[in-house]
Design a protein around this ligand. Structure first.
Ligand code: FAD
Length: 460
């Protein structure tokens, strides 16, 4: 694949680019070769969760980082890069897990965090128009004042940008109600700058935006997004303990078939729960498996009794707005991996959609892999149906063992979203999406955006 990447530009061509850009926009913020530590920092994300990605990305670095604060600056950068054939990689907050914002061919990293305004919240429809670099936590704060909320959020909601979430994320908190980002209805439109000598500023409708949704910024620079919002709820956080794994799993399965309003459900086996930092007031974990819920206040009339019937014990309850310390939503999704790895840096993880019923697959994997594989489960809605996803923690035993585990998971009927690969396709459904490639041909004809991350472009 590396032969197909653009060449790393010479230092002199980067310097010429910088001078040309600053002549046009003296206010444009930049970081150059005189600050290599910052260049390096702005060229990284959390790919070090994967021992396979580390050697692939460790040496990769931007030659120039630019931080526009106006659309005109983005257009000038796009024009200059297209004219001088300089690779251009977008960056939100750099909280991705697969090196999505790491520039494989040097060039410019475009830090979009300076484009961060909430442009409009339509009071009638709840539709939000927001600039791509807005931090999701800040967006959430502004929406709450109007009684609205984001449908979907990653557990990195405090640090991630909304543009980075759409371009690089997949789902998270809210996925048990609203499915995944790529489900129709979760993205209503995009404003996009093309990378051409004369860039265009396009306003794409929902259908036109789909090819840029989860494309790692390979086929357009997103400057603003239109998204649906939902009613804000003061979610109540609950932690329920179960003496046996089978009881805990059965409770998770049961809750997905009720009419209770839940925004997230995750299940941690006891060994994992013991390594989590719990919110202030929540007892530390012991031998019990823990079910973590975000429930609407109305669900509280039913939940405690139902949990008792299913063999659970309510260990702690507190509204999300009223609790201090770490919120429960920062113990799920890849935050579970983050907290676990802070104690065991030689562990990594996988991402699976479990077959139904889930028990036999989990049981067979436990038989084969023992305590080298620990369970962390998330409830999701997949293509409209309630399902359980699993982000198991895995003791690293080398690439061959990983391949064997992946084969075991597939043989048992699980669907894998591989977090140890670099392209959009290999981390997703495994197949080339012709629309993503066609959009790249239209909006980035020289193939300068985030080179090496869209396999369909490399293979065309
Ligand atoms: P970045 O990492 O900066 O970029 C992500 C991708 O988007 C890159 O390919 C980049 O080139 C591209 N991009 C960024 N901005 C633009 C733009 N304006 N135009 C075009 N392309 C752009 N992900 C989830 O989906 N759900 C989770 O619950 C979740 N939990 C996580 C927990 C932890 C502890 C960590 C480390 C990661 C987690 N992630 C999760 C991954 C990541 O946080 C999210 O995908 C996040 O939304 C990325 O946002 P960002 O602003 O950091 O984007």
């Amino acid at each position: 694949m590396s032969q197909r990447l653009p060449e790393i530009p010479s230092a002199s061509s980067i310097e010429q680019l910088r001078q040309r850009l600053l002549a046009q926009h003296p206010q444009l913020e930049w970081v150059g070769s005189d600050d290599p530590a910052r260049l390096q920092r702005l060229s990284r994300d959390y790919y070090d969760y994967s021992p396979l990605l580390r050697p692939r990305f460790d040496g990769c670095c931007a030659q120039l980082v630019l931080r526009p604060t106006q659309i005109e600056q983005v257009m000038t950068v796009a024009a200059a890069c297209a004219t001088a054939t300089i690779p251009l990689t977008c960056r939100g907050s750099g909280s991705g897990n697969y090196g999505q914002c790491v520039p494989l061919a040097g060039g410019v990293v475009l830090d979009l965090s300076g484009l961060n305004q909430l442009r409009r919240l339509d009071p009638d429809t709840g539709i939000v128009e927001v600039e791509a670099g807005c931090l999701m936590g800040e967006l959430e704060r502004q929406l709450t004042t109007q009684g609205r909320a984001l449908r979907l959020m990653p557990s990195t909601v405090r640090s991630a940008t909304i543009g980075g979430f759409i371009a690089g994320g997949s789902g998270g908190i809210g996925s048990m109600r609203w499915g995944f980002l790529r489900d129709a209805g979760n993205l209503l439109g995009l404003e996009v700058v093309t990378v051409e000598p004369e860039p265009r500023l396009l306003r794409l409708d929902a259908q036109g935006s789909e090819a840029l949704n989860h494309a790692y910024g390979t086929n357009g620079i997103i400057t603003a997004l239109r998204l649906p919002s939902c009613e804000a709820v003061d979610w109540v956080q609950l932690v329920v303990g179960f003496a046996t794994w089978d009881q805990a799993l059965a409770a998770a399965q049961h809750l997905q078939r009720t009419a209770l309003e839940l925004n997230s459900l995750n299940l941690l086996e006891a060994a994992v729960a013991r390594q989590m930092p719990w919110p202030v007031g929540c007892p530390q974990a012991g031998d019990e498996h823990r079910l973590l819920l975000l429930a609407a206040p109305a669900a509280l009339a039913t939940l405690p009794g139902l949990m008792r019937l299913l063999g659970g014990e309510l260990l702690w309850q507190q509204s999300q707005n009223g609790s201090t310390g770490i919120p429960l939503r920062e113990l799920g999704w890849n935050h579970t991996t983050l907290h676990w790895r802070s104690h065991h840096s030689d562990w990594t993880y996988l991402q699976l959609l479990l077959p139904q019923p889930e028990g036999p697959c989990l049981h067979a994997l436990r038989q084969r892999w023992g305590d080298s594989l620990l369970w962390h489960i998330e409830a999701v809605r997949n293509q409209g149906a309630p399902r359980l996803a699993c982000l198991p923690l895995l003791r690293w035993q080398g690439a061959e063992a990983l391949e064997r585990l992946i084969a075991d998971c597939r043989e048992l009927g699980a669907f894998l979203f591989n977090p140890h690969v670099i392209t959009v396709e290999d981390g997703g459904l495994g197949v080339v999406d012709a629309d993503q490639v066609a959009a790249k041909a239209l909006y980035d004809p020289k193939g300068l955006l985030n080179p090496g991350k869209l396999r369909g472009w490399l293979e065309r």
